[in-house]
Design a protein around this ligand. Structure first.
Ligand SMILES: *[C@@H]1O[C@H](CO)[C@@H](O)[C@H](O)[C@H]1NC(C)=O
Ligand SMILES: *[C@@H]1O[C@H](CO)[C@@H](O)[C@H](O)[C@H]1NC(C)=O
Ligand SMILES: *[C@@H]1O[C@H](CO)[C@@H](O)[C@H](O)[C@H]1NC(C)=O
Length: 558
């Protein structure tokens, strides 16, 4: 009862212009909540002398299309030129400076964040912030974690500053804003519902602000008349990544591929929503590729649902600018892809890697094999059935995990050994160690000397996806690949911002220097073909690979 009345007292008169509405008192609301965000409760008024860092995000003076124009003509901006373009317009800096000065904040107290002048940080007292933003701060506590936070239910900005400032924090955003969250900070809701916040916390990208979005692109490959939907993406951002609202991807149609916005595809929506849910604001391309490739049926895949990779590869390799990271959530039983076609496609993936692109594929959703696992060569043997293109040694195959504390195997996670491609040098030591512990188990069911996969893994269950305007729950390594692609788009962003080249084909690095940048998954297995499948073990295993990415560790390792 008491809290209730305190609530009314605190928040009833927010963002109202004072009687003498001077230049800095003419407030217009920036953002407000109708009720306290879920999980939080009002604790007390905020002590007016309490001080904290107030961060002010300025609008940037550049437009993305300007950079695209540069790229098209093969010109590159120097680091200094690029910084020039992300620098806010001079009139924005001037207006904000005048406003700060009017509130007694001297130029010396202003910290410009390194690596871009688009954020300003100032140390203020609660009383100062309340006057600046026409609001009232309070102390809130998070009922589950007991965390206390000074936040407000609503804030405004002087009318003339709305065109210069994107965002002020901390204000109305209640989630953990600090980086370096450990696994135990992941909300327990992530065990039953995966959202971008879960993944950003779990894989430690949350505290990273992208700096090189003007020089980086992420690509999503779509096939089989499954289309990403623009309206669903905006609904997704609004609910799950509000700061990305308004962000868009561009669709490129290849080989007669269509883009029917009346038919939202679950796969493509998942891919675009979760890759950009992590990599925002990295520009993103969605390719819709038409057609179908050569095909040899088997009992698991009796009709041609294989994808026309060759058409897509020929198109993409002909482009001047190829994204730094590409994710594809498609795959087929390796034996249904003619060996010569698979070899050609795999070689072209190698070419893509050598031009600076990291190519991710999901590892499949059928453990060590789907269906009855019979061979289609006339002999009808039962063998583990590897998936292609995950089995190509020049792609990075992504397996699936679930739960959060700890993460464990998702039993659908595709994994195994190629019968077409032999084990590449970069993984031989890791694979040999695993085979040593396996002994004779499953001898004859898989090709011991084959390219082993997956290489890495990520969450794969309970992804909250918007499709056709509704939130649905989606599972599969289809979810894992765009997740890892989102993390690696940010790694490339970091490298580019440091003046380093893009990562490109990354497997040799992952199995060596960067191996300690992954969370090792050691519990669970991937059943299939009438067996319980391979068991996850410490180190690399053919279920979760090296493990799930830890962005903050990888950032230092790559
Ligand atoms: C995104 O781009 C598509 C295609 O150009 C367009 O129809 C849609 O309105 C755009 N959405 C937003 C939010 O800009
Ligand atoms: C393999 O299975 C197919 C279809 O199930 C059957 O037609 C064929 O005779 C079998 N071959 C052998 C060698 O058993
Ligand atoms: C795989 O895990 C799911 C729960 O995620 C369970 O319902 C299913 O029975 C498991 N399948 C096998 C073959 O163990």
């Amino acid at each position: 009862m008491l809290w209730c009345s305190a609530f009314i007292l605190l928040f009833a008169h927010i963002v109202i212009a004072s009687p003498v509405a001077g230049r800095w008192d003419d407030f217009v609301e920036k953002h407000s909540w109708v009720e306290i965000p879920k999980g939080w409760e009002l604790y007390s008024e905020a002590p007016s002398s309490y001080t904290f860092d107030l961060r002010i995000g300025l609008k940037q003076g550049w437009s993305l299309s300007y950079f695209r124009g540069f790229d098209r003509y093969g010109q590159h901006l120097s680091k200094e030129e690029a910084e020039e373009f992300v620098r806010p317009r001079p009139e924005s800096a001037e207006a904000v400076e005048a406003w700060l000065k009017a509130h007694g904040i001297a130029a010396d107290d202003v910290v410009h964040r390194t690596g871009g002048a688009d954020w300003i940080t100032v140390r203020v007292s609660v009383a100062q912030a309340e006057r600046m933003l026409g609001t009232k701060y309070a102390v809130f506590y998070h009922t589950k974690s007991g965390e206390m936070a000074v936040r407000t239910m609503s804030y405004g900005l002087p009318r003339e500053l709305h065109s210069h400032i994107n965002l002020v924090a901390p204000t109305t955003y209640f989630s953990n804003e600090e980086p370096a969250a450990s696994d135990s900070d992941t909300p327990s809701s992530c065990d039953s519902k995966i959202t971008p916040d879960c993944l950003r916390t779990l894989y430690n990208t949350e505290g990273y602000a992208p700096r090189a979005a003007h020089k980086n692109t992420l690509g999503i490959a779509g096939y089989l008349e499954d289309y990403a939907n623009h309206a669903d993406l905006q609904a997704f951002y609004k609910q799950f990544r509000p700061d990305a609202t308004g962000f868009n991807y561009s669709t490129v149609r290849v080989n007669g591929g269509l883009d029917d916005q009346t038919k939202p595809g679950v796969e493509s929506n998942l891919d675009v929503q979760y890759s950009t849910g992590i990599s925002f604001p990295t520009p993103t391309t969605f390719w819709s590729t038409g057609g179908s490739p050569p095909f040899k049926p088997d009992t698991h895949t009796p009709t041609n649902t294989n994808e026309p990779y060759l058409e897509w590869l020929n198109f993409v390799l002909g482009q001047k600018e190829i994204p730094s990271v590409i994710s594809t959530s498609y795959g087929d039983d390796e034996q249904t892809v003619p060996r010569d076609y698979a070899t050609e496609v795999c070689n072209l993936f190698a070419q893509l890697g050598s031009t600076g692109t990291t190519v991710f594929f999901s590892s499949g959703d059928f453990g060590v094999g789907g269906g009855d696992c019979k061979t289609n060569d006339g002999t009808n043997q039962t063998l583990f059935q590897p998936m292609f293109p995950a089995s190509c040694p020049f792609v990075t195959a992504v397996g699936g995990t679930t739960k959060t504390n700890p993460e464990v195997v998702a039993n659908l996670s595709g994994g195994g050994f190629s019968r077409y491609f032999s084990s590449p040098g970069y993984q031989r030591t890791a694979v040999k160690k695993y085979l040593g512990t396996l002994g004779n188990t499953y001898a004859g069911l898989f090709a011991k000397g084959g390219r082993a996969y997956p290489d890495v893994s990520a969450q794969s269950m309970n992804f909250q996806v918007v499709a056709g305007g509704k939130v649905i729950s989606v599972a599969g390594t289809s979810a894992s690949s765009p997740t890892v692609a989102g993390v690696f788009a940010l790694l490339n962003d970091y490298r580019i911002s440091e003046g380093k080249p893009k990562l490109g084909f990354v497997n040799p690095l992952l199995y060596s220097t960067a191996a300690s940048g992954f969370n090792d998954i050691t519990s669970g297995s991937n059943p299939g073909c009438g067996t319980s499948g391979f068991a996850a073990r410490p180190g690399w295993d053919p279920v979760t690979g090296l493990g799930t990415p830890d962005f903050s560790k990888l950032k230092d390792l790559v």
